[in-house]
Design a binder for this molecule. Structure first.
Ligand SMILES: Cc1cc2nc3c(=O)[nH]c(=O)nc-3n(C[C@H](O)[C@H](O)[C@H](O)COP(=O)(O)OP(=O)(O)OC[C@H]3O[C@@H](n4cnc5c(N)ncnc54)[C@H](O)[C@@H]3O)c2cc1C
Length: 386
């Protein structure tokens, strides 16, 4: 079991303060996820944004603990374990409020990996303002788990640039966004899948928010791309070998971010178990629910520490996400039952969390896809190593 040293405990305590701020905003953001103006200058949002920026784009000094970066974080913001200790506390505050924060998020990990200096500058100069959301547009209607089957096209415009055509769906911050990454194909093979840096406003771009039940702060959207212009210099990874441009970068990004989803599930489960302990003391199963969340947190810390030792062991994040997601959904069922019939009406925060937990299954790969990763990890003999 991982024992937190004094520095990691300080990281955790710092995040706890920001988590309270997120918690205080949770219901308001859930009710009106597109009325964000009142939240933009919040201390928690500033901390989350700063922690996800590379050093040269930060305004805060010294740098805050990493909240939204993994162990092999290309922007060099610390270890995966440190990131998990911080982000798990923030998620315990509220996952939906955290996802509503304008920050580099998933797109930032990808741009840090595949962007050249000019592209990074364009991206980070926009998101560092705290007024610009970033999007990462990969999924399409009917094209989710198998991203290599995507249909969105990049067509040459005859003047050295490209035009984007297609539809993306379930894209976080799609309708709020100002800059981000859009995946599309230039030809038939998986190596033809490329990512373009798209800055808004842009002609041919139409984004609409989707009606969501849970995690409404994530503001999932559908984006229609009708000849969106992409200047020649805005394809990411042009300076890299062909095998390291599109899908490779996406896989690295998902490996990096999957632990975040595991932490989101654990943080929400802990919040629910603590909520029941406070509002319905003596409820049967409370100690078990708290212990399961604690055990899942230990698994996340353990997986993070192992990833710090060997960043290529992506299957560990899959194991952590799989276990944590299932545990969070079961905790939500238990918590709802503990309040009794109509109890959720009197406890809107808990009611919100019981909706939110259903989304974790789909983020950064569904449960079946994680099972495939874990199976491959065992088959390769990786699973027994330290
Ligand atoms: C809160 C939230 C935020 C999201 N944010 C983004 C975002 O910012 N950008 C983005 O691009 N996407 C985003 N997504 C979309 C997400 O990545 C997809 O939902 C996910 O990839 C699954 O795709 P799908 O929904 O099309 O399901 P499908 O891929 O159609 O899967 C449906 C079912 O089939 C199973 N299945 C699929 N393939 C296999 C297989 N080979 N073997 C066994 N079973 C299989 C799945 O496990 C699942 O049970 C987000 C989703 C959510 C819920």
């Amino acid at each position: 079991m991982i024992e937190l040293d004094a520095r990691l405990r300080a990281v955790r305590d710092h995040a706890r303060e920001a988590a309270e701020d997120l918690r205080a905003r949770a219901l308001s953001i859930d009710a009106e996820p597109h009325a964000m103006e009142q939240h933009l200058d919040s201390p928690a949002f500033a901390m989350i944004r700063e922690s996800a920026l590379p050093e040269e784009y930060r305004s805060a000094s010294p740098a805050p603990a990493p909240a939204l970066a993994g162990g092999d974080d290309p922007a060099g913001r610390g270890s995966c374990l440190e990131s998990m200790v911080s982000v798990l506390e923030l998620f315990r505050g509220d996952v939906g409020a955290l996802l509503a924060c304008p920050s580099p998020a998933l797109a930032g990990v990808f741009v840090a990996l595949l962007g050249d200096e000019e592209q990074k500058k364009r991206f980070y100069e926009r998101v560092r303002t705290g007024r610009t959301w970033a999007f990462f547009a990969m999924t399409e209607p009917g094209r989710g788990s198998d991203a290599t089957a995507m249909e969105t096209r990049l067509e040459r415009d005859g003047q050295g640039g490209w035009l984007l055509h297609g539809t993306k769906r379930y894209i976080g911050n799609g309708a709020r966004g100002g800059i981000g990454v859009v995946f599309a194909r230039t030809g038939p093979s998986p190596l033809h899948i490329r990512a373009a840096l798209v800055e808004l406003p842009a002609s041919g771009w139409q984004a609409e928010p989707l009606d969501m039940v849970g995690l409404r702060g994530a503001a999932l959207s559908e984006i229609r791309l009708d000849g969106v212009p992409v200047p020649g210099g805005m394809l990411l990874g042009e300076h890299l070998p062909a095998t390291r441009r599109g899908i490779w970068g996406a896989v690295q990004t998902f490996n990096n971010m999957r632990m975040q989803v595991a932490a989101a599930a654990v943080g929400t489960a802990q919040a629910m178990a603590e909520y029941i302990a406070r509002h319905r003391p003596g409820t049967p199963g409370t100690r078990r629910a708290v212990a399961r969340a604690e055990a899942a947190r230990s698994l996340v810390y353990e997986a993070a520490a192992r990833i710090d030792r060997n960043p290529d062991r992506g299957y560990l994040s899959s194991a952590a996400k799989l276990g944590a997601t299932r545990m969070a959904v079961e905790t939500a069922h238990w918590a709802a039952a503990a309040l009794g019939p109509a109890g959720l009406l009197d406890h809107p925060l808990l009611e919100k969390w019981t909706r939110d937990v259903c989304a974790f299954e789909f983020m950064d790969g569904t449960g079946n896809i994680q099972r495939l990763h874990v199976a491959r990890g065992y088959q390769s003999g990786d699973a027994d190593g330290r």
